[in-house]
Design a binder for this molecule. Structure first.
Ligand SMILES: [Zn+2]
Length: 326
């Protein structure tokens, strides 16, 4: 049997067509990558704001104050968030190959969106007094690195923050977000408040949510959401979007059945200029005081896994609304 001869001109034409197709495919991939680059940073409206954020590509070392920061819950900092599209948070390293689609996760509402979750304080802060009392730049003024946080009986605020943060991380990842946490255990100390904020700045995150609970007089109850006030040189670009984010969080919490504070702010919203986490974030950021741990009813709620799940879902809902509508 002899194969029919293929004219050489046909062979050349096929070869050229193949090369052309490769170029087209490569070009499409490159364009897609560029588009994702823009969308990755578009939600961080604060490009010119950061003072000490000159090393924005050094996200891998962002939470280094925390000696265990490279562990489990902190994800996707292995690739520079400012470069190509963020890989899916739990995917193996091969998924970051430039030709791979950015693997939108199920749900997709937050696909590719970088969100920093900050569980306030840390479980062993109390036994690291010298480290915790070190003064840091909290937004043009010096402030202690961190505090122990409050407690309700034997239930510490650090633990509440940690437990609720874990639920929020899972909720956000289920919706496709790339989540970075500022600490990855509840048995260490720190990081300092400036590093918590800078973690979001370095990652060019779309937003930062910091989870806390308050320790006020026993008769006070309810949550409040804190956004930054204008702090010269630090928050000019973040005051307004943070306030909008705070409003979305407030609305979601009310919708989930939580009551606004009866002792701070107005309608569950407050603004402060003395919080390093907010001042150093460089991106829209809020601190949520989820309730008063010195109030019996609030404490019972804060300890409840059901309430913690509802808090996490409400935060994720608010993040989705903010990413979608600003
Ligand atoms: Zn706190």
């Amino acid at each position: 049997m002899t194969r029919p001869r293929v004219p050489r001109r046909v062979v050349v034409a096929v070869a050229l067509a193949t090369v052309g197709l490769c170029i087209v495919v490569f070009g499409a991939v490159a364009v897609r990558g560029a588009m994702l680059d823009r969308s990755d940073t578009a939600s961080g409206p604060t490009g010119g704001l950061r003072r000490s954020d000159t090393s924005t590509s050094a996200a891998t070392s962002a939470p280094d104050v925390n000696p265990t920061s490279t562990g489990v819950p902190t994800t996707s900092t292995s690739s520079s968030p400012s470069s190509s599209a963020p890989p899916s948070s739990s995917a193996p390293p091969s998924s970051s190959a430039p030709t791979a689609a950015p693997a939108p996760a199920p749900g997709g509402a937050l696909a590719g969106v970088v969100i920093v979750v900050d569980p306030g304080h840390n479980g062993a802060n109390g036994s690291h007094g010298s480290e915790i009392n070190r003064q840091v730049d909290a937004g043009g003024f010096r402030k202690a690195c961190n505090t122990t946080g409050t407690a309700g009986g034997d239930y510490s605020e650090a633990r509440f923050n940690w437990e609720t943060a874990q639920l929020l991380v899972a909720e956000l990842r289920a919706r496709g977000a790339t989540v970075i946490t500022t600490r990855d255990s509840n048995d260490g100390w720190g990081p300092c408040v400036d590093e918590r904020g800078l973690t979001a700045a370095r990652a060019h995150a779309a937003l930062l949510i910091s989870i806390h609970a308050d320790g006020s007089s026993a008769g006070n109850h309810g949550f409040h959401v804190i956004s930054p006030t204008r702090v010269s040189g630090y928050t000019k670009a973040t005051v307004e979007p943070s306030r909008r984010l705070a409003t979305h969080v407030r609305d979601a919490l009310v919708g989930a059945g939580f009551s606004p504070s009866n002792y701070i702010g107005s309608g569950g919203l407050d603004q402060r200029g003395d919080l390093g986490t907010l001042n150093r974030a460089g991106v829209p950021a809020v601190i949520v005081e989820c309730g008063n741990m010195r109030n019996a009813a609030d404490l019972a709620q804060l300890r409840s896994p059901d309430a913690q799940s509802r808090l996490a879902r409400a935060f994720a809902d608010a993040a989705a609304v903010f990413v979608d509508a600003g």
